[in-house]
Design a protein around this ligand. Structure first.
Ligand code: SF4
Length: 361
């Protein structure tokens, strides 16, 4: 293990409250100095819970027959986007399981185009679009980029290839995920990734390596959450835990990520808010600057069950918690990653007047 990883692992493992408080204070200060106290929204539309894969930890896995499968129509997605726009959202995240049919790719492409079409006519400019629809080909990523998507989230779940193979079926390759991340960066996306914290078989050393992996890969966006068991999955049966407190460890991971990568965008994940009622407030303290309120229709929300008992908060509640934590919620602003512009040597544009993503063309 690299010396830096050694030190990080020791901080993660320390039971001292003082270590946690110190990390949170430093992360808050670092965030204030580098990206301010503004919090940006990504309205999350989980448009389909169909998935062709069988990740061992995920409730959406193909072989889980306990959930009802749904797929929103294009009209539903656009209606949600329109309503979100009226409510002050200026960025959306479209998410689904991994489906590799050409019809599904066409649906995603049509959704991106339709959202860009209507929103570019609006007075506040077009909606920013983040996609999180899994591993696609270079050409597919490029087509979606050309249609107007400009951020992409593809979590690696762990940077340890051995652990990756333990939590995924043999058909899924760690190297493929890395190839996809490379493609996304090459095309010009703001690239996000992330890991779960507290997985069976995961160690503090492995988490420390995850942080160094993000830094080495020069990522623009980060999403990390505690591993929450889904009882209908094979991983739920494995009881081999080395991480004592996934909630506290997640907060430490976030604080350390902020210190290592001061100007990236980092989300206070729904999993963090699910595992603890103070998850959002504490996530912001740990350096997060992005929140992703779920906009999926009420009747479908519980079927997007990657993990159990996912919490739901409306925009009003989220706004209150953001304001109470001493941060400022930004409405009708894209909130792009400052790191992205810095790595491309470009000036950071005014986030309230972005019309498209020509910057990196
Ligand atoms: S993690 Fe993603 S790809 Fe894996 S089973 Fe769940 S939805 Fe499918």
């Amino acid at each position: 293990m690299k010396p830096a990883a050694d030190k990080i692992a020791a901080l993660l493992q320390s039971p001292e409250e003082e270590v946690l408080i110190n990390l949170l204070n430093r992360a808050q200060q670092c965030r204030r100095e580098n990206i301010g106290n503004t919090v940006y929204l990504r309205g999350l539309i989980e448009f389909s819970n169909y998935c062709d894969l069988n990740c061992l930890y995920c409730g959406l896995r193909k072989n889980n027959y306990q959930i009802s499968r749904y797929h929103l129509t294009l009209e539903q997605v656009v209606d949600i986007a329109r309503q979100a726009y009226q409510n002050g959202f200026h960025s959306l995240a479209l998410q689904s399981g991994q489906v590799n049919t050409s019809a599904e790719f066409r649906f995603i492409l049509d959704a991106v185009k339709a959202i860009k079409d209507f929103s570019s006519q609006e007075v506040n400019g077009s909606l920013g679009i983040t996609l999180s629809v899994g591993e696609l080909s270079y050409q597919q990523y490029k087509t979606l980029w050309e249609a107007g998507a400009h951020r992409y989230l593809l979590r690696i779940e762990t940077s340890d290839p051995v652990l990756f193979n333990r939590i995924h079926p043999s058909g899924q390759r760690f190297s493929k995920r890395l190839e996809c991340l490379d493609s996304l960066k090459d095309i010009g996306y703001q690239v996000g990734t992330g890991v779960m914290i507290g997985l069976p078989g995961q160690t503090y050393e492995s988490l420390a390596e995850d942080l160094l992996f993000f830094e080495e890969r020069d990522i623009d966006m980060l999403g990390m959450g505690p591993y929450i068991i889904h009882p209908g999955t094979p991983l739920a049966k494995i009881d081999e835990y080395y991480i004592n407190d996934p909630y506290i460890t997640t907060l430490k991971m976030m604080a350390l990520a902020r210190l290592l990568m001061p100007d990236i965008n980092m989300v206070a994940s729904t999993a963090l808010q699910t595992i603890h009622p103070a998850g959002l407030t504490m996530g912001l303290k740990a350096g997060a600057n992005i929140v992703m309120p779920v906009l999926t229709p009420g009747e479908n929300r519980s079927d997007y069950s990657i993990y159990a008992n996912k919490v739901y908060k409306d925009l009003q509640k989220i706004s209150q918690e953001i304001e109470q934590s001493g941060n400022r919620l930004a409405l009708w602003q894209w909130g792009d990653s400052r790191h992205y512009y810095r790595r491309l040597n470009l000036p950071y544009p005014d986030q309230s007047s972005l019309l498209s993503h020509e910057v990196a063309d």
